[in-house]
Design a protein. Sequence first.
Lengths: 304, 236, 366, 382, 259
Amino acid sequence: MDLFGQYVVNGLMLGTVYALVAVGFTLFFGVLDVIKFSHGDVLMVGAFTGFTAASGAAALGFSHPLAQLAATVVFALAGTAALGAAIARWLILPLKSAPRLNILLATLMLGTALRESVRLFYPDGSNPKAFPALLPTSSWQWGQFTLRADSSILVVTGVLVIVGLHLLINRTRLGLAIRAVAQDEETARTMGINYTLIVLVTFALGSSIAAVAGVMNGLYYNEINFGMGLLLGLIGFSAAIIGGLGNLYGAILGGFLFAALQMIGAVAMPFASAYKDVFAFAVVIALMAWKPTGLIPERASDRV
Amino acid sequence: MDAAIEISGLHAAYDKADVLIDVSLTVAPGTITCLLGSNGAGKTTLIRAILGLTPPRAGSVKVFGAEVTGEATHRVIARGVACIPEGRRMFPKLTVAENLRLGAYQEPSEAEIKRRLAEVYDTFPRLAERRNQLAGTMSGGEQAMVSIGRGLMGKPRLLIVDEPSLGLSPLYVKENFRIIEGIRARGITVFLVEQNVHQTLAIADAGYVLSGGRVVAGGTAAELKSNAEFHAAYFG
Amino acid sequence: SAKDTVKIAFIGPLSGGTASIGVGGRNSAELAVRLRNADPKAKYAYELFSQDDECKPNVGVQVATKAAADRKVVGGITHYCSAVAMSTVDVYHKFNLPVIVWGAVLPDITYANDYKEIHRVNGTMVNQNEVAADFMTRAGYKTWVILHDTTDYGKGHNAYFSKFVTEKGGKVLATFGVTADQQDFTAELTKAKELKPDVIYFGGLTPLGIRIRQQMDKLGINAQFEGVSGIVSDAFIEGLDPKLAEGVLAFREGAPVEKLPGGQYFLSEYEKAKFDQGPDAYGAFSFAATNLLIDAIEAVGPDRKKVTAYLDDIKNRDSIVGPITFDDHGQNTVALITKYVIQDGKWVLWEDSEYAAGKRKLAGAK
Amino acid sequence: MLNRFPPLAVAAAAVLAGMVFAIVFMEQESDVAVISLIAAAALAAWLAGRAGVAEAVSRAALASPGALSALVAAAGLGVVAAFAEDHFPLLMLATVMLYATVALGLNVQFGYAGVVNFAGAAFFGIGAYTSAKLVGSGVPAILSLPLGGLFAALVGLALVVPVVRTRGHYAAVVTIAFAVLFKTFLEVNDAFGGPQGLPVAAMNVLGWDFGDAPTLFGADASFYLNYALAAFALLALAFTLVRRLERSWLGLALDAVRLDETGAACYGIGIRRNKIFAFVLGNAIIGVAGALYGCMQGYVAPTSFTFSDGLILVAIVLLGGMGSPWGMILAAAIVVVLPEKLQAIQEYRFLLFSAVVIAILLFRPSGLLPRRVRRYFPEGGR
Amino acid sequence: MSGEMLLSLEGVAKSFGGVRALNDVSFGVARGEILGLIGPNGSGKTTSFNVLTGLYAPNGGRIAFDGADITGASPQAVYRAGIARTFQRSRLCLELSIFDNIMVGNHGRLNRGLWHNLFARRALKAEHDAAFAEARELVALFSPSLADGMFQAVGALPMIERRRIEICRALIARPKLLLLDEPSAGMTHDETHQLMSDILAVRERLGNLTIILVEHEMGVIERVSDRCVVLNYGEKIAEGTYQEVASDPLVQEAYLGSA
Ligand SMILES: Nc1ncnc2c1ncn2[C@@H]1O[C@H](COP(=O)(O)OP(=O)(O)OP(=O)(O)O)[C@@H](O)[C@H]1O
Ligand SMILES: Nc1ncnc2c1ncn2[C@@H]1O[C@H](COP(=O)(O)OP(=O)(O)OP(=O)(O)O)[C@@H](O)[C@H]1O
Ligand SMILES: [Mg+2]
Ligand SMILES: [Mg+2]
């Protein structure tokens, strides 16, 4: 089992990406009680924004990878934050009194619109793009086992981002306001909370988390494409749910679990590796039957 | 000194139905002024109009002399207003302590918040016991306590209270009226909506009666008690 | 004098992951139509009725029905995706619509039926893999790990390549089927790495090809990367770090356009037409097929049955993709296969490359 | 303004206008015509609303729902008849009717019982694959439709435990996972034709071959006419069933379960039982529609039944107005026909389509034909 | 105290995490009695209703109703046994009509057969018309104006009307035991008075209906209850007529606030 470590490292990397997508979902519907299905596509937009920034920086003569990385991250975060706020302003807020599922459908359609827009209007948008390798590419080799510096940096960053977000939501005044707004708009206003601002901020925040995931995805796979958000969104959603919505750490758990399931499905099962997604999603269904509110369930807050 | 609340010619409506028609009233600073009226008379709507939750169709609302008509709710609150809303309105997934903290949302000083929290826990020992319980799982009356405590956390100049004693046990109903009197004693203006007419008039300085969306009577508490129209509106 | 208008259908993937090929094909067909309409000798005015099959069989059936049911449509230039072409042949047959396949390579499209209406200008994957297996074993490679997508296209490539390469003495160490929208291949590749193959063979289309090549590098796999006609597209190179693209091998049916006299003409006209995107790898086939169809209509008039009969008799007809001869299944039998290698960010004919000249070396080459 | 006329007459005129519009619209090919017709329709709908047509129609619906349904059915058949010789419009019409049937099934699940199902396309696919496998192997087509429904319902049973135990967002993930799983399973599994899919033989019901063009008044009609008529019959059946379900104590129980599980439980309403009933019935309806769809397409492939297709189905239900059967039909027509009619602007049609859906959601949050308060019988109980 | 008792609780306990909401609570309700269940906020009144109706399984103790053990039974079974309730927080289905909401309460008596509902429309109509007449009559007792608009959505009505409908929903199926949780909350003195009179009138007509009433308005308790049980911190601290418990110093201190 020389390669076991390699699988673990791959799984951790994959799990981090999933967890980062999942944490966005948890933020939106655990905290704001909204399913925002465009999340995967916002992630893709984040990746493309970052890619554009990196290319732009390169074109302007900033050849140092760190400069390009900074440009990538800054623009990706700012761009998606603005996009998120715009989504909140023109899609979510007008729909807030409509049935819950409407928001889901609207964001879904928005996802399609984003995807199609990138495909149609981004130069040569229908083709995959080579995302530059901006992180140190040195690696350590032990027999069959390769540990790359860039992967390690990504895993650590991802986990730090999630922990930071958790602290923000649970330990700060802003976090308290975000959670309050999710539960009762009017009362939140009555407490003196600037409702609109908080919603915009939350969406900006959640969307920039998606950008982090998108850029991370780009840095890891060195390839991005307009359809990358679709399956990633679904997996992130599933990961968030199996982890449980009560807690942002559920997203980490769900993300790593899903990655592990795929790895196991691909290499440790008697059937062909193409069945790995069938396997992973079947386990998700079974998990939901066993733990209907996820592995880290929310505390029940409703009573009669 | 400016009136704490000054409303003139206020009209408000939901969709088609007119709920408030040409309402004018004044709440003098430092008083307890009550608003009485039967179910559906429009009392809650009036409060919503003051807070900017249901923007009025016409008329003006002034708080401490400043025009607030059409202003966003959080700005009205920033003028030193706090509200204990009708129906308690917990944040069910937040703990009792978090709910209370939200009452002091606009207060930047953590030390001050801690001080006020201690005060509220002092008034409602039950809340101190249960500070980490999710508010949604509290009993009806306990939630009323959270709601009142939350209003007190704001340390306002004007406290607007909508049926606070709903669901409270007799002991706490009395306690509630005592608290409100205590608030006035600190120079805070109280605008109080209550169904409990007798106890309310016993502590109020002045009052108005709303019926079918119109002010049908108004005056000092003593005047109201002896007012014929008041009896007609209230006791049919 | 106003000419009668005749409609020609073009169907291909105009959206989705293979859209660049589809749009390139559509533009090329459009170009053929424009050039013909500009020709005063043409008997009819042609109109291209172009439809998006999204590379999905069900959508393909829908748009194929739409085209075939339109009485003004006389013939079609249809499909790049094999799965779609497979699902629509019945429709064309039912409506007697003569079509020429311009890119799909699965043999069954022409050979699994006796439909007179179906023709194909490009070769099938059989020839391609035979040549590939031969070339690779001659180059000294011994062991392979195969990844293929689970569409008929990918499965077909896997089947033919495995067959030919084993016949020629090569050894397939492992085979992995992957789904067509998969992002992460690290599990499969880690397993592949353990087997230390000389070559990673990939049977599938560009987007997956890019990802697999990238992730090979992530895992430190130094094997030679060998692809199929599905990755011969500009997008493949653009989607990869130049370092990783360098030295990738692939094979494609048909003569190299640049090498044929007609090819130069096509490329320069395409340039002049100022489309917002290049013809990509299959534009030339689409152009050739459209011209063939228009020739047929010019010769026998806008009548589906007559056009079908005309096309069935095509023998050794010159085109920009080489001579075309349809066998009794409508398949172009002139199986020219071109070998490509990526050199300095371009698909270069193997014979012209520095690799063939020995100036550069493929990965793991002996 | 229209009060002078009997409501039923106004309703009949509106239905007739709708029918004429549908025929004219289906015939258009140019973008300009299509877009101006859409604009005209929106304007007409708005004007009609102002003039009290909607009110008259709803009064007619209240007083004599049977007559109104018959009128609409006749109009629907009229549209089908108008295109009896044209393959493609018939295919579109039949597709609309089958999608509407599927939406009715979903409507039972989440419009009534509140059980969200994002795997509608998967159950549709189970029906289609059932007919692909069965019709080919000689099972009479007349049996393959109910069997399609049966299989869809049976496979759905595998999900019943998690579906019933979970709620809200957690419930959504169960069907989403199933939708993804189902498509991938088909793709990697050779027994079902893999990604390529399977051809489906034409239906043959008691010697009536659906693949043959029927002859109508001497003229050769399109063979799709067979399917359009079958789809019509299926839709009418499903519609009646769902309508009756809604207007019965069973429908009431489903509503109660959706709106307040705790309250419903305290009044003796079995939560699990009702959810399972709705889930199974909905899947069965969807499966039957899928079986016919398979035969009509002549081809089934995994890509027809993806998660995204499931979302389109959900979109139909929401756009139509949850719980509103007429809304399902209207929305199905829009969702199926619109992108098709926009083929001429090819690359941009999905963008445009999503923009249209978002616009509808923003301006008609409760759907195109929102559900009205339930009446069990015409002028109930008076 | 078993024979003549309709309902009896013996040593019932329920806790949530660290909170002991009910602790060894025992009391009974006789047939035809109106029992006032009172106590300070958070003393366990609503929780006893929830345990009684099967929403929470008790951690200990036994509950017997009408000769059968219903400890830990499902809410559905409890309802079938003949217990109906209202909720402290109104739980009507706001999108549904008044009639629909009341029929939810009537569910157990309606024919829920598949054939009957889907295909036997005539029979269904007959049943529907009878149920409608009955519901209408019941609503008219509380509010004649509501009875004229049985098909309006409940969400459009003011709170007080909703409370009335909720009581009708509980009454329509003629339960043996009715549990009312603060039915008059938020009403004025007069409205409360009126509501209680209406309830008493209906009770008269239904004959022998047993009621447990949770209420903080002592005037109401005094007027309608035959007997009271007082809870405090989840424990029973007193039992007896209103006069008896009201003069109990323990009750005065914990609940009434000594005068
Ligand atoms: N959101 C709303 N939409 C429509 N009508 C409403 C809405 N809220 C209240 N109303 C109606 O407006 C009228 C006044 O309501 P309001 O809540 O202001 O009365 P109130 O005096 O506070 O009554 P209560 O004593 O019951 O609290 C009532 O008839 C009520 O039905
Ligand atoms: N689901 C729950 N989780 C945690 N604690 C609970 C839960 N339900 C009830 N409690 C606690 O149990 C105690 C009893 O609550 P209950 O609702 O029975 O009180 P009550 O007597 O009805 O009070 P009120 O008069 O205020 O309605 C309360 O302290 C409450 O906080
Ligand atoms: Mg009020
Ligand atoms: Mg209670």
